[in-house]
Design a protein around this ligand. Structure first.
Ligand SMILES: Nc1ncnc2c1ncn2[C@@H]1O[C@H](COP(=O)(O)OP(=O)(O)O)[C@@H](O)[C@H]1O
Ligand SMILES: [Mg+2]
Length: 498
């Protein structure tokens, strides 16, 4: 190298680390980063323990992987010891040489790593308060564990080889007051997140993951075993696929699921969040939804009608650069070469999802949960859905009883209803429902029109004059009647016409 005049300008350790703390990890994503390392080290059992009774909170992550000798541990503790540009083994879930440190510091001020290999245990630690108080601003990696946490290193005696990560002084981990309920909620969120991120490893028993002694269960985003789930063939992504695959799934309408199944399939963040692409890197889930900035004209965003579409996208770690995988492994951007194909796959899945979502059974309750007398009755028959007009709807029963008083009129009225029923523009309704997502406009939607006002008035008059109802009763009945239940102000001010 040519000798150029230069100055050594290392960052102040404490300032640098304080800045890295703000990368935006959650407890779940931070733990997932530590577990990535354990999986890369071929661990089969990973035990996570969160203890809030101990000295302001302690988290331990113990694996039975290959472990590290003293030199390897020192390199592991250094920030950015490996370049993100290096090639990685096919099963490596790491990339930037930062995860262990950034994930840990995002939650607490002290990180201790103890590792066992060939019967020897090495222990090193970073202590942010020590760095903060050191006059030279240097990167002082401390030997051994803090006296307070030294006994925890014994956890390694249960494995032949492996690594123990200890987080202490957890100033960033607990939201809220730290009461018992907050702790339970936190554990619940962590469990759901880990069960999602590592669902493939857990489901095929490559890894058993325990949180406070309890096995974390895998979340199944696709319900692939359900006969009502649709899936496309698994297709290589582009000609030079290099191990990248895509497969679309459309989950069943909720009518086809038991309510428990439906709730479980929603996932940790709910149905709307978990639509779109599920991006895996070496089987580890990086992204659990979203449309990757794809779309026709405008970027697709997460919307209700497409919530049943979930598209599995598998990437090998050799494509990290092409896909712009970030430090937190929380974003990915499809390279230009595959955008057209992905847009195609997504468009097809979205269309299918929308159609399934738009199918609806008969609602039994109104928008505020009360029972509403409906005009149309939807029944499921073998040939499909059938629409009928209910004869007990006040508007209909008014005609029918008036007709009953005249000769033969009742037959005519019934015939008229049948004609209407037979000519319901089903095709049209279906299209409108799908196009306007879940809210087809009904005739009387929006502000009460003068037409609606006159219909209500006519009905009200008829209820009082023909049926002899008291005005209050008539008003109350109308409030419980579709579509007048949408206009309480109009109904409550109805007055008898002399
Ligand atoms: N649980 C572990 N078992 C064995 N080696 C580990 C473990 N955790 C970390 N390491 C080593 O430390 C290195 C640095 O880890 P990390 O900071 O997460 O960066 P990256 O995973 O991107 O390499 C890893 O590449 C690995 O060699
Ligand atoms: Mg890592």
């Amino acid at each position: 190298m040519i000798d150029v005049p230069s100055r050594l300008a290392p960052p102040r350790a404490s300032a640098m680390i304080e800045a890295l703390r703000g990368l935006g990890y959650t407890p779940g994503t931070a733990l997932a980063d530590i577990i990535d390392n354990s999986i890369a080290a071929k661990a089969s059992i990973i035990r996570v323990a969160v203890d809030w009774q101990e000295r302001g909170g302690v988290v331990t992550i113990l694996d039975n992987g290959s472990g590290m000798d003293d030199h390897a541990l020192e390199l592991a503790m250094r920030l950015g010891d490996r370049s993100p540009l290096d090639d990685r083994s096919e099963t490596d879930l790491g990339r930037f040489g930062l995860g262990l440190k950034t994930a840990s510091f995002s939650q607490g001020r002290r990180l201790t790593v103890a590792s066992k290999k060939n019967g020897t245990v090495s222990v090193l630690r970073w202590d942010l308060d020590y760095l903060l108080n050191s006059a030279d601003g240097g990167w002082h990696l401390l030997e051994g564990a803090d006296p307070g946490s030294a006994p925890l290193v014994d956890l390694l005696s249960s494995v032949d080889s492996g690594t123990l990560v200890i987080w202490e002084l957890l100033d960033r981990m607990m939201p809220g007051s730290g009461c018992a309920q907050d702790v339970l909620d936190l554990l619940d969120r962590i469990e759901k997140h880990l069960g999602m991120v590592f669902h493939r490893f857990i489901a095929d028993r490559r890894v058993s993951l325990l949180l406070n002694g309890r096995a974390v269960t895998a979340w199944d985003p696709y319900l692939a075993g359900n006969s009502a789930t649709w899936s496309s063939p698994r297709t290589p992504l582009g000609k030079k696929a290099k191990g990248a695959w895509v497969q679309a799934f459309v989950l069943p309408h909720r009518d086809h699921l038991k309510s428990k199944e439906h709730d479980a399939a929603a996932g940790p963040e709910g149905w709307n969040a978990h639509q779109g692409f599920f991006v895996y890197r070496n089987d580890r889930l990086l992204l659990s939804g979203g449309w990757l900035g794809l779309g026709k004209g405008r970027h697709w965003i997460r919307e209700e009608p497409y919530r049943l579409a979930r598209i599995q996208l598998d990437l090998p770690n050799s494509l990290d650069g092409d896909w712009k995988i970030d430090i937190r492994k929380s974003t990915a951007q499809p390279p230009k070469s595959v955008r057209t194909m992905l847009t195609h796959v997504a468009e097809d899945a979205r269309e299918r999802a929308r159609r399934i979502f738009a199918y609806r059974g008969t609602p039994v309750t109104g928008p505020r949960g009360e029972l509403v007398s409906q005009v149309w009755e939807t029944t499921q028959v073998r040939a499909g859905v059938r629409y009928r007009i209910r004869h007990d709807h006040p508007a209909v029963s008014a005609v029918l009883s008036a007709a009953a008083a005249g000769l033969g009129l009742r037959e005519d009225a019934l015939a008229m209803l049948r004609v209407i029923e037979e000519t319901v523009p089903v095709q049209r309704i279906w299209l409108d429902t799908a196009e306007n997502r879940d809210t087809p406009r009904t005739g009387f939607g929006g502000e009460p029109t003068s037409e609606l006002k006159s219909v209500v008035q006519t009905l009200f008059n008829s209820m009082i004059k023909r049926k002899g109802m008291a005005p209050e009763l008539a008003r109350a009945a109308l409030l419980r009647t579709e579509p007048f239940d949408q206009y309480p102000e109009l109904v409550t001010t109805l007055a008898e016409e002399k």
